[in-house]
Design a protein around this ligand. Structure first.
Ligand SMILES: NC(=O)c1ccc[n+]([C@@H]2O[C@H](COP(=O)([O-])OP(=O)(O)OC[C@H]3O[C@@H](n4cnc5c(N)ncnc54)[C@H](OP(=O)(O)O)[C@@H]3O)[C@@H](O)[C@H]2O)c1
Length: 328
């Protein structure tokens, strides 16, 4: 099968399309014929092997797993003998997360991994662009941030993948949502349901009188120290970005947990199937949709990585997979 391979950490040009062996499902696994996958900010970090500590997981000198791609949509091609939830032909979507390998014609996942039936109203492209951003926004807002109806919630980086889902989810949970993005994304963030949008190129929300119960930095471009004055007493700063701003977060989290007052929290996305099913229900109820910026064929993965690496994509960038056996 065709797959996008990287044998060393580096710029987008380390990615190559090659023929590799098609995976075979184990007894508890599902083999998926991938229709679409994505390039996320996290894929770019994994390709570069950054931050450096991530190489403890990814491979010290070079990547252990050679196929990138953390989310997908497609159809079940075959199932292992112990699989109960899926049958050949089921349209599915999901998140392979750190196991990656979705930038290929086929991927194998355990039945109990982040895998669910594709929401009926979504195209394969929309479904592929959904799991990572939506699961991350859900983990941070609901599980870590304990969002409550009526709260004032600010989403910083509201036009990215995680941010665009966070705006919609915060609204779904009944919060009053303020989104922060640049001028060209104001209309998009409004259309996702933000009651108020702040253009960070014109206005600094930390210098305004308005304060928030939750500030979710969905893109890793601000800090607790900067946002502290904009938090209400007891307010929470949620840090999700895997950027240079993450390193002070762990000591801040420990320190603010021990002291009263404003808190810092972080964590990592959880792809349990029940969570995907919950989000699928929201899609089917019309409360959640994927924002798609650009679509590239898998063969143009290098261009897609170059674009995502600019840090200014709007929502999601999708890769479509044309199958060599499309004539079947
Ligand atoms: N902890 C976890 O489990 C987890 C899971 C998933 C992702 N992540 C991390 O979350 C981060 C975001 O991922 P993503 O895929 O959502 O990113 P993304 O889509 O690539 O983010 C791009 C968006 O960020 C906005 N942006 C860029 N600079 C900004 C600034 N200075 N202020 C405000 N907004 C700015 C851009 O809007 P403008 O063009 O308007 O500037 C753009 O729309 C990454 O660091 C990723 O690794 C963490």
């Amino acid at each position: 099968m065709k797959a996008a391979i990287y044998e060393q950490y580096g710029p987008p040009e380390v990615l190559e399309i090659r023929e590799v062996a098609k995976p075979t499902p184990k007894v508890n696994e599902v083999l998926i014929r991938v229709c679409a996958t994505t390039v996320t900010a996290t894929d770019c970090l994994m390709r570069r092997g950054e931050p450096r500590w991530s190489r403890l997981l990814l491979g010290l000198g070079k990547p252990r797993k050679k196929i990138l791609g953390i989310e997908f949509s497609g159809d079940v091609e075959a199932v292992g003998q112990n699989v109960q939830r899926f049958r050949r032909g089921d349209p599915v979507f999901g998140a392979a997360m750190i196991n990656m390998a979705c930038c290929a014609e086929y991927v194998c996942l355990p039945e109990k991994a982040g895998l669910a039936l594709k929401p009926a109203p979504m195209t394969y492209q929309e479904a592929a662009a959904f799991p990572d951003g939506a699961l991350t926004a859900l983990t941070f807002l609901r599980d870590i941030g304990k969002i409550q109806a009526g709260q004032q919630v600010l989403i910083y980086g509201a036009s990215g993948s995680v941010g665009s889902f966070a705006v919609q989810l915060a609204k779904h949970f009944g919060a009053h949502v303020t989104g922060v993005c640049s001028t060209s994304n104001v209309a998009m963030v409004q259309s996702l349901g933000a009651a108020r949008v702040i253009d960070y190129t014109q206005q600094d929300f930390t210098r305004e009188a308005e304060t928030y119960d939750l500030i979710f930095d969905a893109v890793g471009k601000t800090t607790f120290s900067r946002c502290k004055t904009a938090l209400k007493p007891g307010g929470v700063f949620l840090a999700c970005g895997m950027t240079e701003f993450l390193w002070p977060v762990l000591p801040q989290m420990l320190w603010t947990a021990l002291t009263g007052g404003k808190k810092v929290k972080t964590g990592s996305s959880n792809a349990h199937p029940e969570r995907l099913d919950f989000l699928k229900g929201l899609v089917e109820a019309g409360a959640l949709k994927s924002a798609i910026d650009r679509v590239y064929p898998l063969e143009q993965i290098v261009e897609a990585h170059r674009y995502v690496e600019t840090g200014h994509k709007k929502g999601n960038v999708v890769l479509t997979i044309e199958h060599s056996d499309n004539m079947r």
